[in-house]
Every structure is written in structure tokens, then in C-alpha cells.
Design a protein around this ligand. Sequence first.
Ligand SMILES: [Fe+2]
Ligand SMILES: [Fe+2]
Length: 264
Amino acid sequence: MNILFVGDVFGSAGRHIVHEHLPHVVESNEVDLLIINGENAAGGFGITPSIAEEFFDMGAHVITTGNHIWDKKEIFEYMNVPVGSHGRGRRILRPANYAQGTPGFGVYQGALPTGQDYAVINLQGRVFMSSCDDPFRKADELLKQITAKVILLDFHAEATSEKVAIGWHLDGRVTAVLGTHTHIPTADERILPKGTAHQTDVGMSGPYDSVIGVEAELALKRFLTGMPGKFEPAKGNPKMCATLVGCDGGTGRAHSIKRFMLGE
Ligand SMILES: [Fe+2]
Ligand SMILES: [Fe+2]
């Protein structure tokens, strides 16, 4: 089976480029399972219920997020659904290693119309990020409860070392470990020895004439002066970054990984 993962969609430029490229990428690669990281989809900061609906309408099975999940408070209620639900609000994830009691869930297990079971896990790193529980042990704990063989982890983290390390930690136990958050795609996609597809960062789906999505002038001003200022999403040079993982639906082991960066 084929899994397509779309990296952090940033603002309206990101949403438009995904809209433009996603249908033909899904069709030409016979994608069975589609996952989109939407943490920056609403003006660069967070995601709203209507944007989540837009992604589900585009065919996303699961939306993952990260540290920007709480930026738009309308999403809290949307995610506040019972554990047994398979509705859309249940299929937008926040990192599973956030404090107990925060809205939503960090893992979703479902089945495709073919009957193929799958699970998606969202975790956040701890190096150069705000504090959260240990993502390595949280992954171990979640894997004990998951019965699906096809399992994808969106590891939302800053440090390359931590992202590479969790790939080795989970090699042979999940189908894919794909990194998000740094917004720059890495050229290290590979299949680890025990069959887990790994890439340190899938890259942003958004405007690359920017500083990781933000208008370059505004980001530069902050670097040059240290003064606070409002960040605005950029528009120029949009690209869709996504990674395609081919795997055996029976064993969950990956056999191929390919990255895409598609522009105008
Ligand atoms: Fe992001
Ligand atoms: Fe992030």
C-alpha cells in the first residue's frame, strides 16, 4: 500500500499549492492513505475547523499537528470528541506526549474501505522545544495498545539528532517515522535495516521565499534587532513537500520512500 504524507502546510500559499498538486500526486501514485500536517495552515499559526474540513474534503484520512496546535482556539472544541469516535474531529491529532487533560488525542487507529488497518501517531521532540513528556517512552507505551501493522509516526521536532534517534528506536516497529517542524526538507530518506522508512524532515508545503514561511523582512528584523514584531505569512515561491512511503499492508514493513518538492 502507498502512504502519502504532506509536510507542514503554511498559510494560504501552502493551502493553494497543496490544492494544485495533491490530486495528481494521489492519483498517479495510487495513494491509499493520506496524512497532512496542518499545524501552520491558518495564516502560519494553528488550524481552524474550516481548514481542517478543507483537508478532509481533499481526502486526508488524518491531520497531524505540532507545537502550533493551540494557536487558534476554535480548534479545541472541534477536537473535543469521545475516544471511540471516528469522525473528523477525532482524526486531527495533537502530539501524544502533551500533558494529560489537553483536548484531543495523539494517536488514531482506523481502517481504510478495503479493510486495511492503520494507525497514525503524532509526537513532539524535547530538544529546543517547550517541555512535554518523553516521546521515546510514549511511543513504546502507545505501540503496546496499537493492533494495526501499518503505523506512521509524525515526529514534530527541532533537533536532527533527536529525529534520527527516534527512527532507530522504532526501526522494525513502525512503518514510517517522518519528521516535521523545521520546514526544510532533508535529503536523508531511507529504509532503516528492520524496515522502517525514515526522513528527518519532510519539509514545508508553503512559500519558500520566506524564513520558514514568515515574510523574510519581518523575520530578518527580529534577528537584526531582537525587537518583537508581528509575523506575517509569506506568499512567494510556494512548494508542496510530501513523502511517499510504499509498504506491505500485511507486515507493515516499508519497501520504498520517495520525497517530492513540487512548485508552480
Ligand atoms: Fe510547522
Ligand atoms: Fe512546529
